[in-house]
Design a protein around this ligand. Structure first.
Ligand SMILES: Cc1ncc(C[n+]2csc(CCOP(=O)(O)OP(=O)(O)O)c2C)c(N)n1
Length: 331
């Protein structure tokens, strides 16, 4: 049994919404688990950074957004992409480096995205998405739109100059950005306490005169509610907001990292707070049949994605230089 979610917060949301969130988080987990095996068997080029354990932050943020809102992402982008609506199939094809992938086979693991669902390809330069999010939000403001941008990054990125510049710019212009920090404690293998005297990322909001908030990132409902609050503020012109979500990755930083630096007691603390198990246990046994249906659907989606990736054609040499320039934000 996991550490339970607050019953009153579970009861305050429609069951169908919670089932949808559960399904999406499970899709992220199962996608990552299958990718791990496919990577080890040598089916995909490059390296991978995986997000098992962090499904609550990805899904909690993205479900609280409108479909026309935008996100930016990082080297650890698989979960964000699935949460925002990029299909598992187009991502699996992408990981195989095949034509028909969400970035035409040219992006790979660290650059997932699809402008059709409001996600420009992720940026693997740590902190690189932060000024970009401010710029996208400025573009939306100039278009007189009420869309918002959610900008994902890790706590390690908050020591980059790009964080200071991007957040400060968004702050002085009240831009509609939710700075969504996934604080999983480690930047690669380095504990955050070794690189920052400020231990709560949300406390850094004071330096920019904006609101900061820390939530349990493994409580998907808490993340969803906090993002809704932040999005409303942004739409009213009262943004940006710095949202810190405490979470934990269950894998190494990348596939070659065995994560020996994570103490056993710390792992046990977080494994008892797995975001998927917590929501499942909150919905079962009352909704066991619906949960089982969602489990079956996810399993099918993963099989279909792998079949599609294995059978997809290689990119044509003639397409080498297509799709390599920036996309304009559709109005
Ligand atoms: C500017 C820059 N410096 C270093 C790296 C190498 N690098 C990739 S991920 C990473 C750690 C990032 O930690 P964090 O921002 O907390 O994100 P997490 O990996 O925990 O999701 C580093 C140092 C990079 N990609 N870009």
């Amino acid at each position: 049994m996991s550490v339970a979610l607050a019953p009153e917060s579970v009861a305050s949301h429609p069951v169908d919404l919670l089932l949808d969130i559960y399904e999406r988080m499970l899709l992220i987990r199962e996608f990552e688990e299958r990718v791990k095996l496919l990577f080890l068997e040598g089916s995909m080029p490059g390296t991978i950074h995986q997000a098992q354990g962090q499904e609550g932050t990805a899904a909690g943020v993205c479900f609280a957004l409108r479909p026309d809102d935008l996100i930016t992402s990082t080297h650890r982008c698989h979960g964000h992409a699935i949460a925002k609506g990029v299909t598992a199939e187009s991502m699996m094809v992408e990981l195989f480096g095949k034509a028909g992938g969400c970035c035409a086979g040219k992006g790979g693991s660290m650059h997932m995205g699809d402008m059709a669902v409001g996600m420009p390809p992720a940026i693997a330069i740590v902190g690189g998405g932060i000024p970009l999010a401010a710029g996208m939000a400025l573009a939306l403001r100039m278009q007189k739109s009420d869309r918002v941008v959610a900008c994902f990054f890790g706590e390690g990125a908050t020591s980059e100059g790009a964080f200071h510049e991007g957040v400060n710019l968004a702050a002085i212009w009240n831009l509609p950005v939710i700075f969504a920090c996934e604080n999983n404690r480690y930047g690669a293998s380095t504990d955050f306490s070794k690189v920052s005297k400020v231990h709560r990322v949300a406390d850094r909001a004071a330096a920019y005169g904006i609101r900061g908030e820390t939530v349990d990132g493994n409580d998907v409902i808490a993340v969803y509610e906090a993002t809704q609050r932040a999005a409303e503020e942004c739409r009213r012109g009262e943004g940006p907001v710095l949202l810190e979500m405490l979470t934990y990755r269950r894998t190494g930083h990348s596939r070659r990292d065995p994560n020996h630096y994570q103490p056993k007691e710390e792992q046990e603390y977080w494994y008892a707070r797995d975001p998927i198990a917590r929501l499942r246990e909150a919905l079962a046994p009352a909704h066991e049949r619906a949960l089982a249906e969602r489990d079956g659907r996810v399993a099918e989606m993963i099989e279909d994605a792998v079949d599609a990736a294995r059978n997809a054609p290689e990119p044509a040499p003639a397409d080498l230089l297509t799709d390599v320039y920036a996309t304009e934000i559709a109005r």
